[in-house]
Design a protein around this ligand. Sequence first.
Ligand code: NAD
Length: 502
Amino acid sequence: MTLSVQPHRDAVGLPDGLMFVDGKWRPGQDGASWQHRHPATGEEVGSFAVAGAQDVDDAVRAARRAFDEGPWPRLRAGQRIRVLHACAAALREHADELRALQALDNGVPLSFASVYATSVGVAADVFEHHAGWVDKIGGQTLPPFQGGDHLAMTFREPVGVVAAILPWNAPFLLFAQKVAPALAAGCTVIVKPSEHATFTVLRMVALLLEAGVPEGALQVVTGPGEPTGQALIVHPGVDKVSFTGSRAVGRRVIEASAGTMKRVSLELGGKSPALVFPDADVNLAGMTAMGMVTMGLSGQACVAHTRALVHRDVYDQFLAAAQLLAGMITYGDPFDPAVLASALISEKQRDRVMGYIETGEREGARLVAGGTRPDGDLAAGNFVAPTIFADVRNDMTIAREEIFGPVLAVLPFDDEDEAVRIANDTEYGLGAGVYTTDVRRAFRLARRLRAGTVGINGFQVEPHLPFGGFQQSGLGREGGQSAFESYTELKSVLMPLTEELM
Ligand code: NAD
């Protein structure tokens, strides 16, 4: 039987062809559209508008008006909190519909859309978390430093018009990680979803508007990086670009921000190491590392631990556990509850991953699982089998570059210092894992590893924890108080209380 997502598409009713700009759901001004093909089947699932420079300009002007004159930045804290809680409730209420839309967009299986970090629930939690900051973040009152008696105070003001540019792989979490703190801080927001996860984001925006976010405070422009994303990052009316995506586009965001000194937050790629010591639960470590590069997103996850650094004493045991899990991964129809992993997002990405697998073999790594593409019913999709390379050296391409596919590179080490040296020998620094039962070693390494988040015997993304990268994995942090503050400017206010200072 040929795989098809068409019946699900008909059941969901995709919001085709419109985006929300300047208070209206409308098509793009020049009538351009983008046809979305499903990654698991190659079917055309639906089309959406491509926003050109004029549409983006309309959105930015409306966001500017809403910021300068509209109600949102001026709402009382209690009112803004109520709206953000209503947003969370609306997302939870429509969780099934959103999960189905995501499966039609990026092909992430329904089974995985219930796992916390990739669930609709996490997006709702992020809105509730940031609702909690609205009445708790203010400024300071400071004593006079010199001169006569005076009041010295600081205030946190919203940064202004925010462009939130999203990748396609985790639209629930990544939409919320930007939109919730930006709205909580009183900014107005223009969202640009990835061209590979547009329908999910259109629906989330519609739900938030219905929940009470006023028009102008939240808009959505759809389309690919060129022309839509590019028009946003160069627009002088945008005060801050909050970007999640590849390092290459992240660099363009920095370049484009230079002209007007836009504020920039970047969440980029990774090549995260997992360090496995002989005293660890080695089977758990092998299963977890392999699970991170296969289950759900098939390794298309920024923080996946794609480099497993394993002590020689437990190297074979680790490989056996990873191979066992590789053999259990099921892929296919994302609506089938037994399916655990997705196809790769595009033919281009599939070919890139197969290219890395060839390079790994050419450079002398030992292929011990996968390396192939399925045939039969699945041949039309962008599937790649769970793949493991053993005996990888850290100077090999597959140990240095972000592959963004189901490929685990396993490297041996002999002692702790060598493990840390290999782990930190990377241009990235998003995540890391330490597997050990020695508490002192766990915390010693957590401090020595150059990464934004270190998991000890497991890994989780939490709404209240800062998340972001060292080095070329990004700039700034999402999650928690630091995310809220990144959508504010700090202002100092001074007032003499006597004649002396005047
Ligand atoms: P991408 O860089 O190709 O696209 C990201 C977004 O940028 C999309 O909306 C795209 O349309 C837009 N874009 C592309 N060119 C643009 C341009 N010239 N100007 C403005 N916008 C442009 O990335 P992707 O394939 O969607 O996502 C995969 C990447 O994202 C990986 O590198 C992954 O590691 C990273 N990622 C990072 C995190 C994190 O939190 N650090 C989370 C998820 C994904």
